[in-house]
Design a protein around this ligand. Structure first.
Ligand code: M6R
Length: 608
């Protein structure tokens, strides 16, 4: 949530700050601001409510050739989206941009009674606190920052500049990511490495509790307790093409259509279809350790949680001695749940920065339970803190709605389950069938994405005026239905909910009327006949149904049928989910809404 950028070097700082903020806009987009300093420390502060385009309008009248500056794109936590609440916040000569939440800001504010606060934000309190220790440049900026941070409770990634020190920026992190880009005669700062692409490929990822003083050609990192830190410079793996729309109108459509390739990346070097085996090195568990596993705890939020749920249905089919428990991170972190012996926790997160998921990871580690990350963002906090992990390698996901990550998270977890089953010596053709289907899945996805979009678009146009939708499924189609409903509601704002078909009679059937349409995911399988009876029950009550199925002779009189004609069966719900993703996309386009940046949301939820 929110994006931070900073620049110090020989080039125009405003240019980098604006281009960097545009790259990070998907992380928060209710207001934005930048401040730059000239050689004498004269500041140019620009802030605007709304999109970065509004900030650019202001910038057109305030161009400067300054070489140092910091910027921010905001997702409001304290105080409404407005220019006054936008960052950077100023306190005396200090300018501050901040991601995260200062939890004790009210107490700190009460202590700073001399300061005239302009905004409702927690960030301005931190700026004033730093200023109180800075005493108009009497002490080094870094010392003032450290003194202030020692009093702070909460999370932060910050960048601080001062009119009295226009040759340095101070950055620090605790719970909110910050990366320093190492360039030639320039040093850059960002909360996400994508903002650095095109400028440098060399990056230092700051750890919690570290503070860095950066100059044009210098980076000095220490802990809050003043212990020096020797920084590791890492290569940024992403390339520019991966963060551009590549000819698509929206990132969401691009990311849906990328799935044959992104899943191929997830499988690369990990699946041996000939032998019917999988191999995952990243979890760093020996065969003996895998054999001992009795309980899998899967933790995630939103789409990552749904991916865990769907994976659990598969994993319990081929690892019979293992119980699988899937939990929502924001709930689990405050429960007093008992984790049995011989457990492994899978920590699932596309961004690797989700605050609740990270909190669970830390809590679970405290209990001595082995943790394995199922993460996309390389070098992210979760990826670095887990004991081992499997990157899903789907490349950057820019659209706020998660799509390609879901598909790969499910398969990465299924592969982890298969690894356990292999270690436990599960025999027979069952494992082989799963592995063969996994190997065929990228092509099956390609075939669906080549054939269904036109039909889905037509159906979306027909349903664009509905305000309510119900997604229905049984067995593996149920978690897929949950994911479909989440996708539709978050981008099209249609009130969509998912139910296990068998639950309808226990309440939700009362909803069925002309205001609703139903999306049914109907795979072949043992519960097919039962699901067909459920469909009849809904039809008898006037349902308006879209059925997505791989059963070629499905012939009930529903309004719309989308046939998934692909050669995988076990993972058919993943293919049906492609239809849900496309339906959400086209409905949103028809309703004229912001596809990639839905209202009130942000890509990476780094606050609780
Ligand atoms: O980065 P994470 O996978 O940890 O994010 C978890 C959720 O915030 C995320 O999946 C969210 O639900 C998406 N916007 C759904 O499309």
């Amino acid at each position: 949530m929110c994006g931070i950028v900073g620049y110090i070097g020989e080039k125009n700082a405003q240019n980098f700050l604006i281009s960097g903020l545009k790259r990070l806009e998907y992380r928060g987009y209710d207001s934005a601001g930048i401040v730059t300093l000239d050689e004498k420390g004269k500041a140019t502060l620009l802030r605007a409510k709304g999109k970065i385009a509004n900030l650019e309008e202001k910038l057109a009248k305030a161009k400067r050739d300054d070489h140092i500056g910091i910027g921010h794109t905001r997702w409001a936590t304290h105080g409404e989206p407005s220019e006054t609440n936008a960052h950077p916040h100023k306190a005396g000569p200090i300018y501050l941009v901040h991601n995260g939440i200062i939890e004790n800001y009210k107490e700190l504010k009460a202590e700073l009674s001399d300061f005239e606060f302009q905004s409702e934000t927690d960030t301005e309190v931190l700026a004033a606190l730093i200023n109180s220790f800075y005493q108009d440049g009497k002490y080094p900026l870094a010392n003032a920052v450290v003194q202030a941070l020692k009093l702070v409770k909460g999370t932060y990634g910050i960048a601080v500049a001062s009119e009295f020190a226009p040759e340095e920026i101070v950055v620090a992190r605790s719970g909110s990511p910050l990366v320093i880009g190492v360039g030639h005669d320039e040093t850059l700062v960002a909360s996400d490495a994508s903002a650095l692409l095109g400028h440098t490929k060399r990056a230092i990822y700051l750890n919690d509790g570290e503070v860095a003083v950066i100059g044009k050609n210098s980076i000095e990192i220490k802990t809050l307790n003043a212990e020096p830190v020797s920084a590791k410079v890492e290569e940024i793996e992403t390339n520019l093409a991966a963060i551009q729309k590549g000819g698509y109108d929206h990132f969401l459509l691009k990311e849906i259509m990328e799935q044959p390739e992104s899943l191929t990346e997830t499988l690369r070097g990990r699946v041996n279809a000939k032998e019917g085996t999988v191999h995952l090195g990243g979890p760093r568990l020996s065969v003996e350790e895998l054999r001992k596993i009795r309980h899998l705890l899967i933790v995630g939020c939103g789409t990552a949680y749904h991916a865990g749920l769907l994976a659990s249905y598969y994993i319990e089919q081929f690892t019979p001695e293992v119980t699988v428990e899937v939990v929502i991170a924001s709930e689990y972190r405050y429960r007093s749940a008992y984790i049995p012996e011989d457990s492994v926790a899978l920590i699932v997160s596309q961004s690797g920065e989700t605050a609740d998921t990270l909190a669970c990871l830390r809590e679970i580690k405290k209990q001595g339970v082995r943790t394995v990350g199922i993460v996309n963002a390389i070098g992210s906090t979760i990826a670095r803190e887990v004991d081992g992990g499997t990157y899903v390698h789907v490349g950057p996901e820019i659209s706020v709605a998660s799509t390609k990550a879901f598909t790969s998270q499910v398969i990465a977890m299924v592969m982890f389950g298969l690894t356990i089953a292999q270690a436990k010596g599960v025999k027979g053709t069952m494992l082989r069938l799963y592995v063969e289907e996994i190997a065929r899945l990228p092509e099956a996805i390609r075939s669906v994405l080549e054939t269904v979009p036109k039909t889905v678009k037509r159906i979306a146009e027909k349903h664009a005026k509905y305000e309510h939708a119900i997604y229905l499924g049984r067995d593996t189609a149920y978690p897929a239905a949950m994911e479909g409903a989440l996708k539709l509601k978050e981008v099209s704002y249609v009130d969509a909910n998912a139910y296990a078909f068998g639950e309808l009679k226990h309440g939700p059937l009362a909803l069925i009327d002309d205001r609703f349409f139903e999306v049914v995911l109907l795979p072949k399988g043992v519960l097919y006949e039962k699901a067909v009876s459920n469909i009849e029950e809904v039809l008898a009550r006037g349902g308006h149904m879209v059925v997505v199925t791989n059963v070629t002779d499905f012939d009930l009189p529903v309004e719309d049928v989308i046939l998934i004609d692909a050669k995988v069966e076990k993972f058919a719900p993943l293919l049906m989910n492609l239809v849900s993703q496309l339906l959400a996309y086209y409905m949103t386009v028809c309703r004229g809404l912001n596809v990639d940046q839905p209202r009130n949301l942000a890509k990476s939820v780094t606050v609780e």
